[in-house]
Design a protein around this ligand. Sequence first.
Ligand SMILES: *Cc1c(COP(=O)(O)O)cnc(C)c1O
Length: 353
Amino acid sequence: MSGFLNKRLSGLAPYVPGEQPRDMEYVKLNTNESPFPPAPGVLRAVNYGEIKRLNLYPDPTCGEIKKKLAERYNKAPENIFVSNGSDDILNFAFLAYGAGGVVFPEISYGFYKVYANFHGLEYTALPLREDFTIKSEDYSSTGKMVVLANPNAPTGIFLGLSEIEKIVASNPGSVVLIDEAYVDFGGESASSLTEKYGNLLVVQTFSKSRALAGGRLGFAVGHKALIEDLERIKYYTNPYSINRLTLAAGIASIESDSYYAENCKRIINTREKTAAALRALGFEVLPSSANFLFARSGRISGRRLYEQLKKRGVLVRHFPDEKIKDFNRITVGTEKQMDILLQKIKEIQGDAL
Ligand SMILES: *Cc1c(COP(=O)(O)O)cnc(C)c1O
């Protein structure tokens, strides 16, 4: 760090992303990417012609992709915001709506705390129940911005839409942001409620179910006025934030919906099989509506299991936080990847024949 860095920033803790090691080829189950490639239509759209046009700026209004997303989610284009990954939207929303304080679960997406600190916001991180479900009553009438990942991460547990609606309805004076990064793996989107509630902002990403983590594309659905706020911030900072190739990939991916729906089904199927196999090996596995499992071995610490798996070429995610340190978050990959994972766990647990 230089001595020039703004003192307010030098003391902040940055977000720690899942590791992306380059030393060898791992069975990579640590950052919830899709194990499948983007749809064939996406591969065709990001083509020589589009690359040749990289000398020209992309469309800052993102008109075409907004229109596609609006059609897909039964909205008008003015209800859609798109961004360079959904993390960008979270950043903008904390900046825009968090001045009166922010409330989110203690165990959730690590970036919420980072953005709250980055923008100098007061925040309250509320504990989950013993069973790792969100205590939805705690989020009623907070008078503050509410941020919930649904399904939650890293637990994978989905909170029903009627609970979400109660939270939104009881906080009419502040924005409720629902981060639906994993909604396509078994949740139900709150985007159906955005007409009814002007304070509801629903955020989704192309990174997980749409196999575009490397493309960086996220979107938000909400009332026209909320979307205008986010657009303002984009024009305060970086109007060309989404590059041409990613826009082309995103548009083509919306046109390939059935391909992604099919892959989600495969992942859900593999998830349930893997959860059953882990339980048979003595693990406690939380009920997941996401593309990952949050599991605790009764016999070996979370940290050690992570290390032993890494040694054997399998990467999972371990979080050091006291309340979840016995767990590992395991991305659901292909059947074959999960077979390798289970085999290695058996070896590590000393169950191998
Ligand atoms: C992956 C993830 C995101 C961020 O996704 P990007 O669109 O890749 O920035 C946001 N929220 C949660 C809960 C996530 O797991």
